[in-house]
Design a binder for this molecule. Sequence first.
Ligand SMILES: [Zn+2]
Ligand SMILES: [Zn+2]
Length: 420
Amino acid sequence: MQVKAPRGTYDVLPPDSKKWQFIEQIIEETAHLFGYNEIRTPVFEHTELFERGVGETTDIVTKEMYTFQDKSNRSLTLRPEGTASCVRALVEHSVYGGVMPVKWYYSGPMFRYDRPQTGRYRQFHQFGVEAFGSHSPYLDAEIIMLLVQILHNLGLIDYELHLNSVGCPVCRETYRQILITHINPVKEKLCPDCQSRYEKNPLRVLDCKIEDCKQAITDFPFIFDHLCDNCKQHYNLVKSTLEAGGIHYLHDNNLVRGLDYYTNTAFEIHIPSIGAQSAVGGGGRYNGLVKACGGPDIPGIGFALGMERLLLALDGVPEYKEPYSSLDVFLAVLDDKYDVQAMQVLERLRTAKIMADRDYTGRSMKAQMKYADKLGARIVVLMGEDEVNRGFFTIRDMQSREQLEVKSEQIISAIKDILA
Ligand SMILES: [Zn+2]
Ligand SMILES: [Zn+2]
């Protein structure tokens, strides 16, 4: 029986894995430039962390989690997102006792039992950043600037930044009443979930992905029009900082986050060229989350980027070239009686940080040259009777097609000269 990868998962093979490494490297370098350091958390956590940290009534928690009992009957869940684990680690290690703000980034696989479709998988990958411990609107701006810089560094310049403020508990209470009054006449048209939750949390109805709910709620009042003075000022400072930095944004009244712990700035990045599901990432402030997870009252803000969506977007960038995957040196061994010496030569090259390889399948000289081409070798070093007996190597520069002979002990410097 042939076993295949589970539905909604996939393998990344070379040379595509190079592309992943390239993207990850650019993202991590950019995050470092902004003062963010990496946190690595477990891939599974206690189920209740996500119930509290993602929200018990969300689709993620009610329908999409990979939850299982371990052999000691603990309920564990493969992480469906990255923020809850960061919050858990912040509280568990009392990191908030140290220097604020805490600025972290993470990247890795996440798991959701969702219907697989283009750019969406059951094991998918996210890069995210979290900053804890500051209310400053300039930190909101910094986080958005980081996201934008990552896209720029990847060569993704055709994006849309959607921006909104979802207010604070103070202004949200006023807005909640207004929204309930607005929804009440059409409540029968809503999905069962929304019917049961709209009085408690009417914002969730605006967030609902079910078409009936989207159709029923038209001309709804915007949270933006009901922000308190503090929230208005916060939002204006975020906007003016982005404007000063030349970052273009679209104010989007429809960008809402239904859960209580989300506050103030909310944003999403769309790349229209990847189709209807154009969001590649998003985030915002979540000043109530650390407390909701059992920690102290510490503000936070962050975003997450979907790596699969980013890769889709990069496919649409004409000037984006796959990173050149090549070999510095191919060692062509012309007689198998030099196999042991060949291994020594390879060892010398690799110790000198020269990427080197050879044939292991008994190819003829001609076939070895073909193979060297296929591996993208910059240089071919020939090793045959002449070379071994006279203590010389024949070196062929595959770009200029020039060939030269160098003494055995000078081979490293000769190769480095060509590679430089
Ligand atoms: Zn407010
Ligand atoms: Zn609904």
